[in-house]
Design a protein. Structure first.
Lengths: 113, 122
C-alpha cells in the first residue's frame, strides 16, 4: 500500500528565512505528487503538482518542489518565508489519475518575526 | 476562477441523526470525491464517484454512508445514523478526469478541494 511520510510535525522559521518541508513516499512506480496547504479553518489549496517531466516544479505563492526518484522524495521549498505562509502543509500521492489521494500527516509551519 | 463549494460550513447534530453534506463541484468536472479529516489527524479518502456510480471506496465508507448526484450540479454525502466518531471535517473534491478520453491525464487529474464542512456529532 502507498504511504506518505512527512517527518516534521511542526516547523518554526523566521520571516525571510528559507524553508524546506520534507515528504517521502512509498510506492513502486512514480506516482502523481502534490502539495496542498490548509490555513486555519480553511480548505485544502493546491500549491503544486508533479506528474512527469522536469523534476523541479513551480507552484503558487513562490513555492517549488523537487522530485527525486532515487530518494522517493518530493520536498517543498521556499527561498523566503512570509508571515502569511503560516499554515498546515500536506504532501499527497496518487498512483495515477482518478485514484484516491493518500495524504501525509501534515507539517504545521509557524512563522516568527 | 471556478471553485468547489460546500454547504453548510458547520453542521451540529445529535448522535443517531441523519445528515446530508452538500457539494457543488467545478462545472466541467466529471470525477468527484469525499475525504474526511478527524481533528488532528490526516486527510482520509472516503469515496470517489464517476458516471453516476461509486468508482472506489475506502473501508471507512460503510453502509452508514451514501453518495448521490441528485441533479446536474450537486454531489451529496449522506450519513444515515451519525456516531460520535463521525465528527470531522468533510472535504469534497473534483477533477476533470475523463477515463474514456485517451488524452486525459496529468493536469486534468488534479483534484480541487472545497472549503469543507465541519460536522460535530453530540
Amino acid at each position: 500500500a502507498q504511504s506518505v511520510t512527512q517527518p516534521d510535525i511542526h516547523i518554526t522559521v523566521s520571516e525571510g528565512a528559507s524553508l524546506e518541508l520534507r515528504c517521502n513516499y512509498s510506492y513502486g512506480a512514480t506516482p502523481y505528487l502534490f502539495w496542498y496547504v490548509q490555513s486555519p479553518g480553511q480548505g485544502l489549496q493546491l500549491l503544486l503538482k508533479y506528474f512527469s517531466g522536469d523534476t523541479l516544479v513551480q507552484g503558487i505563492k513562490g513555492f517549488e518542489a523537487e522530485f527525486k526518484r532515487s530518494q522517493s522524495s518530493f520536498n517543498l521549498r521556499k527561498p523566503s518565508v512570509h508571515w502569511s505562509d503560516a499554515a498546515e502543509y500536506f504532501c499527497a500521492v496518487a498512483p495515477s489519475g482518478n485514484t484516491p489521494l493518500v495524504f501525509g500527516k501534515g507539517t504545521r509551519l509557524s512563522v516568527i518575526a | 476562477e471556478p471553485e468547489v463549494t460546500q454547504t453548510p460550513s458547520h453542521q451540529v447534530t445529535q448522535m443517531g441523526q441523519e445528515v446530508i453534506l452538500r457539494c457543488v463541484p467545478i462545472s466541467n468536472h466529471l470525477y468527484f470525491y469525499w475525504y474526511r479529516q478527524i481533528l488532528g489527524q490526516k486527510v482520509e479518502f472516503l469515496v470517489s464517484f464517476y458516471n453516476n456510480e461509486i468508482s472506489e471506496k475506502s473501508e471507512i465508507f460503510d453502509d452508514q454512508f451514501s453518495v448521490e448526484r441528485p441533479d446536474g450540479s450537486n454531489f451529496t454525502l449522506k450519513i444515515r445514523s451519525t456516531k460520535l466518531e463521525d465528527s470531522a471535517m468533510y472535504f469534497c473534491a473534483s477533477s476533470e478526469t475523463d477515463p474514456t478520453n485517451p488524452l486525459s491525464g496529468g493536469d486534468t487529474d488534479t483534484q480541487y478541494f472545497g472549503p469543507g464542512t465541519r460536522l460535530t456529532v453530540l
